[in-house]
Design a protein around this ligand. Structure first.
Ligand code: PMP
Length: 406
């Protein structure tokens, strides 16, 4: 197992007299000293407005920002650095793609195909595209344990222009058959979009190997700071798109009535860049690279095996999606009969355990599986088997505390 807790200052926190057990990593992750110090170093020594000045601080900020982009490029194995665009988060990434690509390329009669389990970032955005263009949003409904069916794949047909999906769902916690979905999309001439918010922090995602046309992810879910996310897009597609936001730095030449736009990636990065966010993401990538994907995946798998085995013995508990540890990543959503998810989370919080409750920004999926709200635990590199055992022990008390016999 990995042994990294000493790098994360927040993990020494004591809450309600108990050591903090942080199991809400799918929402956001904690930050190691390496990331915190990188931000402080930038702000103490190199803070300037990048790409805008000849003076030393502007130059140093530009170098830090550009190096971060190069680190992301290597991390996801993009073919060109200009295919990596910094945005605020995965949500802004999806808004950029839907506004600047889909709304100008789709028309009435076209289909957009997504799984029912998608996060609102990859769902509400498509509803708008449909309103604006007349295209139709079609869902792949999956089977009861969260697997894609042949019927689902058959939805990707000649009318389909977009296939968009999360590599790992933030509710099901299962890897989707990404390559198959992308191949199917390309076979019918559709564009494939990979939402990497829950996968990029946990596994090697290689955009050239996947052959996705676009990908988005958020830095804060992989130890970076909030406010920095990434869009990857194939160069030809990005070149062919209108800018999303307009203003400083994204222009080439501005006249009174018209403007020509900057080259990639700057065309999509209007306004002063979040340099400290980019630097934090760079430090987080270095940190993950030092640990290595094999060790990270083995660590999280061991936690999942332990959690699923323990949760099987909790009466009245139902896991959403597959219960096979070989299919589940470090995201496990569940319901407990007779107890509202907010009560489950509040009781566990009294023991120092932080878990998620609610609809997980996937309301259509909640409605589809008749679990409008649920709980979710999610792991990262610093969680331990002891924490999992402690969580199970306290979870077993929840129904009793609510007055049930078992
Ligand atoms: N997609 C998925 C699958 C997610 O889990 C999330 C965050 N829960 C998002 C997109 C949106 O991420 P952010 O809020 O950082 O934009």
């Amino acid at each position: 197992m990995l042994n990294v807790r000493k790098d994360f200052p927040i993990l020494t926190k004591v809450h309600n007299g108990h050591p903090l057990v942080y199991l809400d990593n799918a929402a956001t992750t904690q930050k190691p000293y390496q990331v915190i110090h990188a931000i402080v170093d930038l702000l103490e020594h190199h803070n300037g407005n990048p790409h805008r000045g000849a003076h030393i601080l502007s130059v140093e900020a530009s170098v830090a920002y550009d190096e971060a982009r190069e680190a992301v490029c290597r991390f996801i194995n993009a073919a060109h650095t200009e295919e990596v665009i910094f945005v605020r988060n995965a949500t802004e990434g999806m808004n950029l793609i839907t506004r600047s690509y889909a709304e100008t390329h789709l028309k009435k009669g076209d289909k957009i195909v997504i799984p029912i389990s998608e996060h609102h970032a990859n769902l509400v955005t498509w509803q708008r595209v449909c309103r604006v263009t007349g295209a139709e949003l079609v869902y792949m409904y999956l089977d009861e344990t969260g697997h894609f069916t042949e019927d689902d794949f058959a939805k990707i047909d000649g009318k389909t222009k977009i296939v968009s999906f999360a590599g790992i769902s933030n509710v099901l916690g299962m890897k989707v058959p990404a390559k198959k979905l992308i191949e199917k999309a390309h076979a019918v001439g559709a564009v494939a979009i990979y939402d990497g918010a829950q996968s990029v922090p946990h596994m090697k995602v290689d955009v050239q190997d996947l052959d996705c046309d676009f990908m988005v992810f958020s830095g804060h879910k992989m130890m970076g700071s909030a406010g920095t996310g990434v869009i990857y897009g194939k160069r030809d597609l990005l070149n062919d798109m209108e800018p999303f936001l307009l203003g400083g730095d994204m222009i080439e030449y501005v006249q009174e009535q018209t403007t020509t736009f900057n080259v990639l990636p700057f065309k999509f990065e209007a306004g002063t860049e979040n340099v400290e966010g980019a630097v934090a993401l760079h430090a987080a990538i270095d940190y993950l690279n030092t640990l290595g994907w094999d060790a990270i995946e083995a660590h999280e798998h061991e936690l999942v095996v332990r959690a699923l085995a323990g949760m099987k013995n909790v009466p009245h508990l139902h896991i959403i999606g597959s219960t096979d540890p070989d299919e589940k990543t470090g995201v496990i959503a569940f319901t407990l009969d007779g107890v509202h998810p907010h009560d489950v989370a509040t009781i566990l919080d009294s023991y120092g355990i932080a878990i998620r409750s609610g609809h997980h920004c996937a309301q259509p999926f909640g409605a589809h599986i008749h679990a409008e709200a649920s709980n979710r635990i999610s792991f990262y590199i610093y969680n331990t088997v002891d924490e999992v055992d402690y969580f199970i022990e306290k979870l077993k008390l929840v129904r009793k505390q609510m007055g049930y016999a078992d």
